[in-house]
Design a protein. Structure first.
Ligand code: AMP
Length: 249
């Protein structure tokens, strides 16, 4: 079985994001970029399935600028076998990404596509679901456990109030939640080896997909600053303050 893992290049999760002074977006120049953390979990899960003898090839794919090659190299250094860069310099919206991924799935015929549950830059949480719809495949989103069973997959999902285990027919789409695994760090020898692994360069046009955005961002603003809190000595004082503020009658 082949596993396809889409990996997005995003602002590193440790970076404190700053809004551009003209409110058109967030500052991306001179900002550390990394693989979307949920996609690292997806790469790790794919490698574990391969190590357990359940997969024979892992392909990482990124739709983004040339610099997204670094993101692919990170996946290759962790243990993926080859990469596909779909070169596009601009905002990538979930529907366009899902259409490109569908075309790649048609070419590569993977048994499983493992995506992150969401990209931490746009927080859309839509791409896996849209891809499942375009392909007509079963989907298991927000997975905290993935097992091969009954010729398909058993996926345990994190849902409001608990866990749900579902059975998916193969081929399928799975999106990863935080508790699925802890991704490995790439070792130095593997980073060196990854430099020799193949990365195919494509364009959205090769897949017949128009990446033009369908959404217009009107304005990006900082969240309102929170007022400093105060300490109260007693419950009676707390109730008094809440009454003063009109929070309770
Ligand atoms: P989103 O729907 O934008 O929250 O993204 C969900 C998942 O879709 C991500 O965790 C990635 O696995 C995948 N994805 C989204 N955008 C891209 C992209 N430009 N390139 C590769 N994978 C992507």
């Amino acid at each position: 079985m082949k596993i396809l893992v889409p990996v997005k290049r995003v602002v590193d999760y440790n970076v404190k994001v700053r809004v551009k002074s003209d409110n058109t977006g967030v500052e991306l120049s001179n900002v550390k970029m990394s693989m979307n953390p949920f996609d690292e979990i997806a790469v790790e899960e794919a490698i574990r399935l391969k190590e357990a003898g359940n997969a024979d090839e892992i392909i990482v794919v990124s739709i983004g600028p040339k610099a997204a090659t670094e993101t692919l190299r990170t996946g290759l250094a962790m243990g993926a076998d080859r990469g596909i860069l779909v070169d596009y310099d601009g905002e990538t919206e979930p529907l366009a990404v899902a259409k490109v991924l569908k075309a790649i799935v048609d070419d590569e015929q993977p048994g499983l596509v493992l995506l992150g549950k969401q990209a931490i830059d746009d927080d859309c949480s839509q791409t896996g679901q849209m891809l499942a719809q375009l392909l007509g495949w079963a989907q298991g989103t927000f997975a905290s456990k993935v097992e091969l069973a009954d010729g398909g997959f058993h996926v345990t999902r994190e849902i409001d109030g608990g866990l749900e285990t579902i059975k998916l027919a193969a081929p399928a789409i799975v999106t990863t939640d935080l508790r699925l695994n802890e991704p490995r760090y790439a070792s130095l020898p593997n980073i060196m080896k990854a430099k020799r692994k193949p990365i195919d360069e494509k364009t959205p046009g090769d897949y017949g997909v128009d990446m033009a955005p369908r959404l217009t961002t009107l304005k990006v603003e900082e969240p309102p600053k929170r007022e400093a809190g105060i300490k109260v000595e007693s419950v009676a004082e707390l109730v008094g303050k809440l009454k003063e503020k009109g929070a309770i009658a």
